[in-house]
Design a protein around this ligand. Structure first.
Ligand code: G4P
Length: 524
């Protein structure tokens, strides 16, 4: 099997962080190591945060740029690395959740001064739900920040991760002297502003008095702290990391390109090779001969004259080949793709063969929706494309009765792209759009008008949360359905959801209907 060697040399991961922690900077430095870019500043960040939230046209423009940075592939030491970019703006958090389904591991970037921030907490929670292996990179050590032990505690408590430091800082801020790499047992000295990559100095044994020659009085502190570290934290068991049970931690400064190579060198050694995925029917192993993959992201073209979209497919098994017939399982239709796109650094190019772990972009004229499966013919459906209970809700109404077909098509396609979720009231048929952020409402309205020639109007709705529900107790279900008839809607997959008006209403329902289970993510 020729593709086994190709599979083994691939690492596909996502970098996640709270905005401003340094995700873009770290990505850029990693690309520099891969020779994928030549100069710093080349990565046009996919971050939207610097724009006022109301300026969403600018956001859409930036999202256009972000197609190029959606996946950044590069070669390093014979390893093919695929970095999956995740949007920084919290209104696009669902995009991030979906991107995580295509990643085999993640690197979490934390700002040394700010510690664990709210968005990091949310994202890591999703990773934990899926047991995704996590490496933590504590960034901005060139600035004053929290004590390293304090940070370890914070990560353990807030992120509920068991940690094991693989590097340890020597000083911090203006006093920052470098990091001791516990994995390779060497010391790396910090030389601010220098773009020259300094050699590391081997220190198998920290008792070596030579240590003083490099870091002076800090040598003794490092020895003491190392004694504590080895006493408190377990040594890394790679299998525990791969099972998502323990997270290695690194310290550095992405801006100064410090500690990044160390992270990358350890990463390629321990990070998981492409892993298989569960389909509803069975588990699919990457080494299987037959091609299979799933769509985790759809990117629409901003240009109204080219209403094509790019569907991003994560290859799970086999080899995806250009101009070959594949089965679009949901539509039960054969399709072939004359110009599949591969992503290397920021260049897109047409590719003939794509291996497990890789991402391929397919031109789509509206046939795909997020979560769709493509195979060589087998009738399987990959599962686990998460939807979360949205945070904000509005009724959507047709504002131009002559264009109701266009509106229906537009809404349906935007939902397929995962822009928002649509619920239809079971009793009255009214359509409700649910989103994670306020921006999406404007995006939807604008895109319906400019891409589909349809007009919509929103009406407010008093809604706290939606909850999917299931029960074996038919009697309770029937009673619940009868009493809450006006608060039950159907989602796009035809599943029932409870529209809870308030926390109180939700609590009451949970208390009264003990045999009904309410779910806030669609993965149940
Ligand atoms: P993000 O993608 O996670 O949102 O963060 P990004 O990399 O854009 O970094 C946010 C800010 O933090 C940037 O500064 C960046 O230069 C800075 N930064 C990143 N890594 C380090 C580091 O190791 N040390 C220090 N001191 N700063 C770091 P900015 O002024 O907001 O933006 P820019 O004008 O420099 O792009």
């Amino acid at each position: 099997m020729g593709n086994l060697s190709e599979i083994k040399r691939r690492r596909t991961f996502a970098i996640i962080s709270h905005p401003d922690a340094g995700k873009t900077t770290l990505t850029e430095k990693l690309l520099l190591y891969g020779g994928a870019i030549q100069v710093a500043g080349a990565v046009k960040s996919n971050k939207i945060k610097k724009t006022a939230t109301s300026d969403w046209m600018e956001i859409e423009r930036q999202r256009g740029i972000s197609v190029a940075t959606s996946v950044m592939g590069f070669e390093y030491e014979g390893i093919k690395i695929n970095i999956l970019d995740t949007p920084g703006h919290q209104d696009f958090q669902e995009d991030t959740f979906r991107t995580l389904t295509a990643a085999d591991s993640v690197i979490v970037v934390i700002d040394v001064a700010k510690g664990v921030e709210p968005q990091t907490e949310k994202l890591v929670k999703v990773c934990r739900m899926r047991n995704i292996p996590i490496i933590v990179f504590i960034n901005k050590l060139d600035r004053p920040g929290k004590d390293a032990f304090e940070l370890m505690d914070e990560i353990e408590q807030k992120l509920e991760l068991k940690v094991t430091p693989l590097s340890w800082p020597v000083g911090m801020g203006s006093d920052f002297r470098g990091v001791y790499n516990m994995y390779f047992k060497n010391l790396k000295l910090f030389n601010p502003g220098s773009q020259v990559i300094e050699e590391s100095i081997d220190f198998d044994n920290l008792d070596n008095p030579d240590l003083e020659n490099y870091i002076g009085a800090k040598a003794e502190i490092l020895r003491e702290e190392q004694e504590l570290v080895t006493g408190v934290y377990p040594t890394l068991n790679v299998n525990d990391y791969l099972d998502g049970k323990i997270s290695p931690v690194f310290f550095g400064s992405a801006l100064n390109n410090f500690g990044v190579k160390e992270l990358l060198d350890v990463f390629i050694k321990i990070a998981p090779k492409p892993i298989g995925r569960k389909a509803e029917e069975r588990y699919i192993d990457p080494s299987e001969d037959s091609f299979s993959g799933f769509i985790f992201k759809i990117h629409a073209n901003m240009d109204p004259n080219h209403r094509d979209r790019i569907a991003f497919v994560r290859v799970v098994s086999g080899v995806f080949k250009r101009n070959t017939n594949y089965l679009h399982v949901r539509m039960n239709r054969q399709m072939k793709f004359p110009s599949p796109t591969a992503f290397m650094a920021q260049k897109k190019s047409i590719i003939d063969e794509v291996y497990p772990g890789d991402i391929v972009g397919l031109h789509d004229t509206g046939n795909f929706k997020i979560g769709d499966t493509l195979t060589e013919g087998e009738d399987i459906n990959f599962k686990g494309m998460p939807s979360f209970s949205p945070e904000l809700f509005k009724y959507v109404e047709n504002a131009d009765p002559m264009r109701s077909k266009q509106l229906a098509k537009g809404v349906s396609q935007l939902m397929d792209e995962g822009v928002a979720q649509l619920f239809t009231g079971k009793a009255n048929g009214r359509k409700i759009i649910g989103t994670v952020g306020a921006l999406q409402f404007e995006v939807i309205q604008y895109r319906l008008e400019h891409e589909y020639g349809a007009k919509c109007r929103y009406e407010s709705i008093n809604l706290y949360k939606t909850a999917w529900f299931l029960s074996d107790n038919e009697e309770q279900l029937e009673d619940f359905r009868a009493r809450k008839a006006l608060q039950i809607a159907i989602d796009k997959e035809g599943r029932e959801v409870f529209l809870a008006e308030s926390k109180f209403a939700l609590d009451m329902a949970q208390q009264k209907y003990k045999d009904i289970k309410f779910y806030f993510t669609s993965e149940f």
